[in-house]
Design a protein around this ligand. Structure first.
Ligand code: ATP
Ligand code: MG
Length: 207
């Protein structure tokens, strides 16, 4: 019998993508024996004006550049092309349709983002559609995830078996800090892949 396809989904704004994202995705691929990881840059909020909207294309292209050398990393335009705010549950539904109902989807997040996602509405439906891999991230308390699991268990039964905590080498890198560094003319070398740093420079982003 054919093995089930196991796909990791790495959602984010990726503004810009950095080595924290790449290490997280790489560790998930390895630790959970995934077939591939699909990076999904989020769409821009509808109220943004057209100049700002172009940042979505930049975010998408930087994600393509950063992932191009890994044969198991892919990038999807699904949320960018949908425009407006995307809900994880809609994206997961769409991916299930695309890859088949029996594909196992793993939503990969940092310790901060999982708390946001699983406190949104439709939590039960999302948990029915995919598993969660929450990576440790400097500055974020992992015990909050255990609290969240306990709360969800009370609400939904045994579904919390699908929330995994993943230890990764700590990288205190954030896109917020990178944008700040660029604005202040400080270096971002080694925090983002070289191609991403060149892209930011070439297009004068974050100035
Ligand atoms: P920003 O500072 O703009 O919020 P960010 O660095 O948090 O950017 P996002 O695009 O918001 O990056 O994050 C996408 C996903 O990657 C989230 O699930 C987030 O928790 C995770 N992530 C980001 N940076 C790290 C890191 N250094 N270690 C582990 N996970 C991370
Ligand atoms: Mg963030």
């Amino acid at each position: 019998m054919k093995e089930k396809l196991k796909i990791g989904i790495m959602g984010g704004t990726f503004n810009p993508i950095h080595h924290g994202h790449l290490v997280t995705a790489g560790e998930a691929l390895n630790q959970f024996c995934l077939d591939k990881v699909i990076f999904i840059p989020s769409g821009d909020p509808p109220h943004k004006n057209s100049k700002e909207e172009k940042i979505a294309e930049h975010r998408y292209l930087m994600t393509v550049i950063a992932t191009s050398s890994n044969k198991n990393f892919f990038v999807s335009r699904i949320e960018i092309d949908r425009k407006g705010k995307s809900y994880t549950v809609d994206t997961m539904r769409e991916l299930k349709k695309l890859y088949g109902e029996d594909t196992d989807l793993f939503f990969i997040t940092g310790a901060d983002a999982i708390l946001e996602i699983l406190t949104w509405k439709k939590t039960e439906e999302i948990i029915g559609l995919c598993s969660f891999i929450a990576a440790t991230r400097p500055g974020y308390n992992i015990s909050k995830i255990q609290d969240l699991k306990a709360r969800l268990f009370k609400k939904t039964g045994n579904n919390t078996q699908k929330i995994f905590v993943m230890e990764i080498p700590a990288l205190a890198i954030s896109s917020t800090d990178i944008r700040k560094r660029v604005k202040e003319n400080r270096p971002i070398d080694y925090l983002v892949p070289e191609g991403v740093s060149n892209y930011i420079l070439k297009h004068g982003l974050y100035k």
